[in-house]
Design a binder for this molecule. Structure first.
Ligand SMILES: Nc1ncnc2c1ncn2[C@@H]1O[C@H](COP(=O)(O)OP(=O)(O)OP(=O)(O)O)[C@@H](O)[C@H]1O
Length: 208
């Protein structure tokens, strides 16, 4: 399981953004998180996935040297999640060996591999690359932070199908952060409001 225990984080100006957040995600579980804009969901995700450090508390999975982080974050803005000076092939291979069937499932054209990020469409195409990179890293847990909000309905459906098939097949835990209640209702075993994460773990309803 992923156990996030009592983590707190303050902004650079010293203001506490969140305090004592806790959460448990079992393998194979899909949890939705909603909450007002600016409440701290993305920052929480960055802490859990190891991009920034918390002030207090503990997370039971950490990155091992020279390996991809076992908790992979898929960002809301793919253009901010890639090195603009790397070609797509290098971006993908940083995570793991290319997998032709995954590229096909995600509708990633082989022509894109030789391109730079700015030569793909900012929403759909580059986000598919970021999702492929996430899955090539063989994560134990995935946090998907508003990953399809900028896409058309068909692209959204294709992307969620690939992700859900992957987590089911590999028993990966998935956290979906979204303002789209219909999407969360459809995909998640359980939906939490961000503020609910401030309750101690033992008081929460656990699945299984
Ligand atoms: N590096 C930073 N320096 C200063 N303020 C920051 C920084 N990072 C985030 N913030 C502020 O922290 C707050 C939380 O931001 P965050 O992106 O985590 O919110 P969110 O809940 O994901 O919002 P949304 O639903 O709009 O994506 C915001 O008010 C934001 O302006």
């Amino acid at each position: 399981m992923l156990k996030i225990d009592n983590i707190s984080y303050s902004l650079p100006n010293g203001q506490a953004l969140f305090k004592n957040m806790s959460m448990i995600i079992e393998y194979g579980e899909i949890i939705g998180i909603s909450g007002a804009s600016g409440i701290g969901k993305t920052t929480f995700s960055k802490v859990v996935a190891g991009y920034i450090s918390q002030e207090t508390g503990d997370i039971n999975w950490k990155q091992k040297k020279h390996k991809a982080h076992p908790i992979q974050l898929i960002w809301q803005h793919p253009e901010l999640a890639v090195n603009p000076k790397w070609r797509i092939q290098k971006i993908l291979e940083e995570a793991g060996s290319l997998d032709a069937s995954l590229l096909i499932d995600l509708n990633i054209s082989l022509e894109w591999l030789n391109r730079y990020p700015y030569q793909l469409s900012g929403g759909g195409e580059l986000q598919r690359v970021c999702i492929a990179r996430c899955l090539l890293a063989k994560p134990k847990f995935i946090i998907a932070d508003e990953i399809t909000s900028m896409l058309d309905a068909i692209s959204q459906a294709e992307i969620w199908k690939v992700l859900l098939d992957y987590v089911k097949k590999n028993n990966v835990g998935l956290v979906i952060i979204s303002h789209d209640k219909i999407l969360l209702d459809k995909l998640c075993n359980k939906i939490l409001d961000f503020s609910e994460l401030m309750k101690p773990i033992k008081q929460k309803n656990r699945i299984n």
